[in-house]
Design a protein around this ligand. Structure first.
Ligand SMILES: Cc1ncc(COP(=O)(O)O)c(C=O)c1O
Length: 394
């Protein structure tokens, strides 16, 4: 079989190019009308009361915690299964991340596991919609209300994803989405913060742009990014439908396979498949997960392990939380005044989170299915995956 050329996401269109050129011609390149219009479009799209554009989601998450007055000594409960930014924001505010193991259906910490970790120091919960699959955000919201905690949703993978008819990022106090080049709504570098709370929105806006009354940042979105976002949001639903159609073909054709377990979107949700995820039963195969992925990739199908590029290791194993060199301002979990759980444990590497560790090390694979990936390509992928399984069976 000829090696397959899997399309790269995204490809910027002629109208994207024109939208950026217009910004240059206008001679106003920093945040202006385009950013404002993009915020309004995003607000309408997500039915959020306020949308605040920023330079990227890392800035957005940092601003979120700063606006909620998270600080020294606070504990923030979060997931180990994410990109570094959803927990580095906690360190940026000198607070202590508490990582909780994930459930196999949502790949996210479930309510009981979170409740177990709540202490008098806990101030917030940050959870992620992993690769555009839903989590039970309504229940997390109820839990956070019960304990008087803030709930921040990192919806960086979930553009256009609705759970129980509400857009990802609108359940909690603050939601943040990434608009990075590789995301489904892509402007190169960009981020959007959502909130329904007027006071929080005011604080976020103040902190975003220097803030002449209190220590603040310059975390604004550029006008180019605003123009691109305005142009590209028009296609988001159509593009998500293509992802969903591709996923359906994979679900239907891989589902009976005893070597493969599917990640089924939970009830009341449709995933937007930032990546299509599947679980391989490597115990039944002669090869490791990595070897399987390499064999499939040789045929041109980019079925990858999660940490393929070495920047998606589970966060409790990540070097930021296990630094070789202590940063000048110290490590918040070793601070003398902090008396919580992590002070005794000392090193995040010592924490055992067996469910998510096993999934990442032995089972979970990701496949991009963004347009223009089509049914023909998806069927080729299914064929290659099945052939590779047959080759590696005992
Ligand atoms: C879950 C998650 N959160 C946050 C980020 C950070 O996004 P940005 O690159 O816009 O800062 C990423 C980036 O990949 C991500 O995957």
């Amino acid at each position: 079989m000829k090696k397959i050329n899997w399309p790269i996401w995204p490809k910027y269109s002629l109208s994207d190019q024109k939208s950026v050129q217009k910004v240059v011609s206008s001679n106003r390149l920093f945040a202006g009308k385009k950013v404002l219009n993009f915020e309004n479009k995003f607000r309408n799209f997500t039915k959020s009361k306020y949308a605040i554009a920023v330079g990227n989601a890392t800035q957005g998450l940092h601003l979120a915690l700063a606006a909620l007055n998270i600080g020294k000594g606070d504990e923030i409960i979060t997931t180990p299964f994410s990109f570094i930014s959803s927990a580095s924001c906690i360190l940026m505010q000198n607070a202590v991340p508490i990582f909780v193991d994930c459930a196999t259906d949502t790949l996210s910490p479930n309510i009981d596991a979170i409740e177990d970790k709540i202490t008098k120091r806990t101030k917030a919960i940050i959870l992620v919609y992993p690769f555009g699959y839903a989590i039970r955000a309504d229940r997390i919201k109820n839990l956070s209300k019960k304990y008087n905690l803030y709930f921040v949703e990192d919806a960086s993978h979930a553009h256009g994803m609705f759970y129980k008819k509400k857009h990802a990022g609108t359940f909690g106090d603050i939601g943040v989405l990434s608009l990075h080049q590789r995301k489904s709504l892509s402007v190169g570098d960009g981020g959007m913060i959502l909130t329904n709370n007027k006071l929080i929105a005011q604080k976020l806006r103040k902190l975003r742009s220097f803030g002449h009354e209190e220590l603040s940042y310059n975390y604004r979105m550029t006008e180019f990014a605003g123009a691109l976002g305005l142009n590209r949001i028009k296609n988001l639903n159509k593009e998500n439908k293509i992802r969903q159609k591709n996923a359906k073909i994979l679900d239907e054709n891989l589902k009976e396979h005893s070597f493969i377990k599917l990640i089924r979107p939970i009830s009341f949700s449709i995933s937007v498949y930032h990546k299509y995820l599947l679980r391989l039963n490597t115990k039944l195969l002669k090869c490791s997960l990595k070897q399987f992925s390499e064999q499939v990739q040789k045929k041109g199908i980019p079925l990858k392990i999660i940490n393929e590029n070495r920047n998606w290791d589970l966060l409790h194993r990540h070097s930021i939380f296990n630094p070789k060199v202590t940063p000048a301002r110290g490590l918040p979990w070793l601070d003398k005044e902090y008396k919580g759980f992590m002070r005794k444990i000392k090193s995040y590497k010592k924490i055992k989170l067996p469910v998510i560790e096993n999934l990442i090390d032995n089972e979970l694979l990701e496949l991009p299915i963004d347009p223009p990936v089509n049914p023909k390509l998806v069927n080729r992928a299914i064929k290659v995956i099945n052939e590779t399984i047959n080759k590696n069976c005992y």
